[in-house]
Ligand binder design. Sequence first.
Ligand SMILES: Nc1ncnc2c1ncn2[C@@H]1O[C@H](COP(=O)(O)OP(=O)(O)OP(=O)(O)O)[C@@H](O)[C@H]1O
Ligand SMILES: [Mg+2]
Length: 466
Amino acid sequence: MSVSTKTDGTELGNLSLIAAHSHITGLGLDDHLQPKEASQGMVGQLSARRAAGVILKMIQKGKIAGRAILIAGPPSTGKTAIAMGLSQNLGSNVPFTAIAGSEIFSKELSKTEALNQAFRKSIGVRIKEETELIQGEVVEIQIDRSLTGGHKQGKLTIRTTDMETIYELGNKMIDELTKEKVIAGDVISIDKSNGKITKLGRSYTRARDYDAMGPDTKFVSCPEGELQTRKEVVHTVSLHEIDVINSRQQGFLALFSGDTGEIRSEVREQINSKVAEWKEEGKADIIPGVLFIDEVHMLDIECFSYINTALEDEFAPVVIMATNRGISKTRGTNYKSPHGLPLDLLDRTIIIKTEPYNENDISKILKIRSQEEETDFNDDALSLLTKIGMETSLRYASNLIAVSYQISKKRRSEKVEVSDVMRSYELFYDSARSVQFLEDNGSQYIDDDGNVNIGQKSDDQMDTSN
Ligand SMILES: Nc1ncnc2c1ncn2[C@@H]1O[C@H](COP(=O)(O)OP(=O)(O)OP(=O)(O)O)[C@@H](O)[C@H]1O
Ligand SMILES: [Mg+2]
């Protein structure tokens, strides 16, 4: 049997995504879902944010499962940022899965399996279960250890105001009691299904017995009535987690190593019908979440056709896609289409557009970013950075923040000044200058046919060196 400890890498992918957008804590909307000019780290881009707010509301009401949304606009106009803001506003109760289009191809899974897993990670199942609890005040714990220490035995005496019972303890319960540091006088709750113990507090009746109690000791009264009670507990898992736990060849361990492999379709079918059954019986609720596919133009025609069908599944999430492509080729085909999406998918998609930023917005975003990166730019340096942002791109200007800061630190300056920004602009090329440089000096690089002139300044010097 082979044991794998590989992780699937998606966690790392998401990490860098978050770092670039760490200043964003939501869409920045007011109570009527109107975007505020600057709030929650978001600036401008008002109509796209308003549209995202409407989607947010509909997702929260569980109204638009199985729908597709495309955020389209030029590079660095905040498409990814808006999706991140939306996910923050949704909160932790609605599943949100973010992947980049290219990720689908980098896995050991087939493209469609990787997509399928992403879809199922985005569907939550809220399961209601009744568990039996034993709740009472501990009267006495008695533990006998064997000489070797391996085997333990013991008795727990526990009471309510109306009754008192003695339970035999096994190894597991003794460990649990020791771990939770339960002593006589504690009011505890034991979950009978898994043996978990929760300390509810100390009993009032013992309030005066001990003086070795911390100031944060919580006092509760001794429970009344029966020792055994029933309670409804609710927990939420994604369909994908249920798949993993139940796909036998992977086993439970797969959940921790992250390497799930392909999941057989029979397993999924069984789980779907079971979940549907629970839903009928009122034991479970389906929470359609969001699957965000960034850089969606990286997907190919097979992936798009998979998405088309997956959207019709009874458990479909909301699919939000983002792209900066205009009319371009759909991968795996020879035809061009708007945003590189095949027309049948585009047809069922509602589109949110992002617009290029004006100077004011760029300045504000750069300011927020510089604060987020814990740097201090003086006003002139920030205006220069804004000017660079206008003429090159917002992202290039953002990248200069950290660099300029390092340069200013070398001068032991508290603040980043114009000279630091100028220096970093000289040191690091933006794309336009890089293109210009290649046009001038292209012959020194390796071209598509493998030709290169090492050490040559220009073509006409070639002959002399041979
Ligand atoms: N309206 C905004 N308010 C605050 N920060 C923003 C806003 N728009 C963009 N940003 C920030 O600017 C940077 C670039 O934006 P983002 O990555 O969202 O662009 P994008 O539209 O996804 O670009 P691409 O097409 O290249 O993927 C990010 O750091 C992002 O957090
Ligand atoms: Mg993006």
